[in-house]
Ligand binder design. Structure first.
Ligand SMILES: Nc1ncnc2c1ncn2[C@@H]1O[C@H](COP(=O)(O)OP(=O)(O)OP(=O)(O)O)[C@@H](O)[C@H]1O
Length: 229
């Protein structure tokens, strides 16, 4: 469903992604793990067209998104929950979710989004800025789902979130995958969350994938070592 071939990206003269290749199947969840500054956010931003690709290609199903603007990529079926959530603080919960509807042509928030996140239904009329960190993360995911994506990218969704809420988030993401057959790529530094949520774990170091393992049978010690060095 998501196919990335030899993707490269740079900030000015400094290349940060050195030829990333990745295939993620429909309804598969992949966690991309790596320490700060290894290139996780740059990979997501490049897939969304926020950072221009310097080489390579990326496909959503049969569509190459190469050279597309971010909104065209969203229309092609890829959605993004950025690091730090980036919800609109002054807008209500409902209005925040509605900003995700622009590519679908519908005006009202689909019921199933509130079924996944009942707390957002309760808080529909509250301002986004008044929600807790965990609730804001749910809101950011709900907004991304409103564009009816085939592929969902989440950049460090556990950052600044309490452990009990992190476990619930893993359950919710797996439920979304099961119900919507969504392909999910999540960048992470927390190994326990990655092991809870993902079918496959990949480690990125200095803009290159250095380890790729199915969740079952993963060498946890080896992955931890990559994250702690
Ligand atoms: N706007 C930018 N301009 C120049 N260099 C940047 C920019 N954004 C990131 N970088 C550099 O690119 C490299 C990869 O950064 P990136 O943010 O993708 O890492 P990350 O793995 O997501 O880290 P974090 O966990 O801190 O978000 C780092 O060396 C970083 O300093």
């Amino acid at each position: 469903m998501l196919s990335v071939q030899n993707l490269r990206a740079a900030y000015g003269e400094s290349e940060v992604l050195h030829g990333i290749s990745l295939d993620v199947k429909p309804a598969e969840i992949v966690a991309i793990m790596g320490r700060n500054g290894m290139g996780k956010t740059t990979l997501m931003k490049t897939l969304m067209g926020i950072v221009p690709e310097k080489g390579g290609d990326a496909w959503i199903g049969d569509t190459s998104v190469l050279g597309m603007k971010p909104h065209q990529r969203v229309a092609s079926g890829i959605a993004y929950v950025p690091q730090g959530r980036m919800i609109f603080s002054a807008m209500t919960v409902r209005e925040n979710i509605e900003t995700g509807l622009t590519t679908t042509g519908t005006k009202t928030v689909p019921e199933d989004i509130y079924e996944l996140f009942p707390v957002l239904l309760e808080m529909k009329s509250r301002r986004g800025g008044n929600l807790s960190g965990g609730q804001q993360q749910q809101l950011a995911i709900a907004r991304a789902l409103a564009s009816e994506p085939k592929v969902l990218l989440l950049d460090e969704p556990t950052e600044g979130i309490q452990p009990s809420i992190i476990r619930e988030m893993a359950r919710t993401l797996r439920r979304i995958r099961d119900e919507k057959r969504l392909t999910i790529v999540v960048s992470e530094q927390v190994l326990s969350f990655a092991l809870d949520v993902a079918d496959r774990v990949i480690v990125i170091e200095n803009g290159t994938f250095v380890h790729d393992s199915p969740r079952d049978g993963i060498d946890e010690a080896r992955v931890s070592k990559f994250l702690s060095v």
